[in-house]
Design a protein around this ligand. Structure first.
Ligand code: KIV
Ligand code: ZN
Length: 511
């Protein structure tokens, strides 16, 4: 029997620390449900002391999730630990994750503490957390730049104080796989009570080495990896869950451990996180990128047709890629629609949401004869998004372009339940539409990025528009899709505006 590799997903905590990736409680609940369905062991749901919104989200995840352990982050401070414990109270299984920096630069410049004080505070924090749960994780923050002997000293003492998981973060993504693996192996070898805790790693991707460092650590004895869907996370992100999990699964000849994950759920989770956060997945991204299983070269195509293994090391369906076959059409009924959604892992709690999604499906089928799985996924995201009580809703849009004429747009919005109407001209129909919207909302946002991708093939494909906007240093992403890209652009803009205009719930979690 192989060792178990524990998967600790931090999409809802470190992932949310990506500028622009803040999520509402409902969005976090949807992601948590998808992670649970994928059989992730531990879901780090947030940082309860950071804000009321974060506390509420962690509590709601703790109430909802039954199969995965729900974790809350806390600095090594009494008030943080008490708050995390409070939020986690409803959980079936909970963990408190407390952290304190141990690198010389963090202790001196950030904490302004002596090493002895750091040891004392870390031990105190772990003991306090143990009063609430016997599942306590301690992270010596910036361990990747800490002195080895000091790290050993802190870790030995926090294990004695009751920490059951020791997480070694490469907080600034500075480490290299060979040495990071050696560090983990040496810690386990040199710390006398290391057998009383599981060793974990948490790697950031500043040098593009987060997955490599995590896997090297696993080869040297780490048995928990902290990671995020699509590699979302602070700065360049965290180790991508899908890459870690599929490497271990694919290279069973090398790894002596495996995860319990249902990898066929990976694509669903990836699409869900991307559509909620508005962070598109690059086409050449390993495992979940649109091209991950596409073969362009004739030699490769020929080889794959003769024997798949000539150029493929994994099966696309094992990570949840479905042959993008036509699943439904104009004549498909409600039952077929519901069944296909269930196969894709989507269920609606309220019958009226299913009805709304079905009515959108019928509208889409009128415009586009072949409805693919990817179309269904965005349709569901749009339905859920629109069912939320948002401040701004799009009522109607008319945009016109004609050779020799200035593009124009007429937009009607509902703002706080009141209809407003505006016309504008612009460099193109999208520009005119955005000017019309802005003349009613006066958000003062700065548009940083605008991009369009087709969701499926063909000119009747839905276009997916991503926008990134900032206001007073706060960044938000918006996503919209439609067979008409001007309409998709308007939806994306309004999605982002609603995020900007709901600051309380979407407070950035980092203190
Ligand atoms: O990167 C980091 O050090 C963290 C800790 C809180 C584990 O996110
Ligand atoms: Zn981190």
């Amino acid at each position: 029997m192989q060792d178990k590799l524990i998967i600790f997903d931090t999409t809802l905590r470190d992932g949310e620390q990506s500028p622009g990736a803040s999520m509402t409680k409902d969005e976090k609940l949807r992601i948590a449900k998808a992670l649970e369905k994928m059989r992730v062991d531990i879901i780090e749901a947030g940082f309860p002391i950071a804000s009321e919104g974060d506390f509420d989200s962690v509590k709601a995840v703790a109430e909802l999730i039954t199969d995965s352990t729900v974790c809350g982050l806390a600095r090594a401070l009494d008030k943080d630990i008490d708050r995390a414990a409070e939020a986690l109270k409803p959980a079936n299984s909970s963990r408190i994750h407390t952290f304190l920096a141990t690198s010389p630069i963090h202790m001196k410049e950030k904490l302004r503490m002596e090493p002895d004080q750091v040891v004392e505070q870390a031990v105190h924090a772990v003991k306090r957390a143990r009063n609430y749960t016997d599942n306590v994780e301690f992270s010596p923050e910036d361990a990747g730049r800490s002195e080895f002997d000091f790290l050993c000293r802190v870790i030995e003492q926090v294990i004695d104080a009751g920490a059951t998981t020791i997480n070694i973060p490469d907080t600034v993504g500075y480490n290299l796989p060979l040495y990071f693996g050696e560090l983990i192996g040496n810690l386990i070898k040199n710390i006398p009570n290391s057998d009383k805790a599981i060793f974990s790693v948490h790697c950031h991707n500043d040098l593009g080495l987060a997955v490599g460092n995590s896997l090297s650590a696993v080869m040297n004895g780490a048995r928990q990896v902290e990671c995020t869907i699509n590699g979302l996370g602070e700065r360049a992100g965290n180790a991508a869950l899908e890459e870690v999990v599929m490497t271990v699964r694919t290279r069973r000849d090398v790894f002596t451990c495996d995860t319990q994950l249902d990898t066929t759920q990976i694509m669903n989770c990836s699409r869900l996180v991307s559509s909620i956060t508005g962070f598109p997945v690059q086409p050449n991204k390993a495992i979940v990128g649109a091209n991950a299983f596409a073969h362009e070269s004739g030699i490769h195509q020929d080889g794959v047709l003769k024997s798949r293994e000539t150029y493929e090391i994994m099966r696309a369906q094992d990570v949840g890629w479905h042959a993008n076959k036509m699943v439904l059409g104009k004549h498909s009924g409600r039952n077929a629609f519901r069944t296909r959604l269930e196969e894709l892992g989507v269920t609606f709690e309220k019958e009226e949401d299913l009805n709304e999604a079905f009515s959108r499906f019928k509208d889409l089928a009128d415009k586009k004869h072949e409805i693919f799985d990817d179309d269904l996924q965005v349709l569901v995201s749009d339905t859920i998004q629109d069912s939320m009580d948002e401040k701004i809703k799009l009522i109607s849009l008319k945009a016109s372009v004609e050779t020799g004429e200035t593009p124009k747009a007429e937009v009607t919005l509902s703002i706080d339940g009141k209809e407003q109407h505006a016309n504008a001209e612009g460099g193109g129909p999208v520009d005119a539409t955005y000017k019309a919207i802005e003349s009613m909302v006066n958000s003062g946002c700065n548009l940083q990025l605008y991009s369009v991708n087709n969701i499926t093939d063909g000119t009747d494909s839905q276009g997916e528009v991503t926008v990134r906007m900032d206001k007073d240093g706060r960044i938000v992403n918006g996503l919209g899709s439609d067979t008409d890209i001007v309409m998709a652009s308007a939806k994306a803009y309004i999605h982002a505006l609603n995020k900007v205009l709901a600051p309380a719930e979407r407070a950035h979690p980092q203190l």
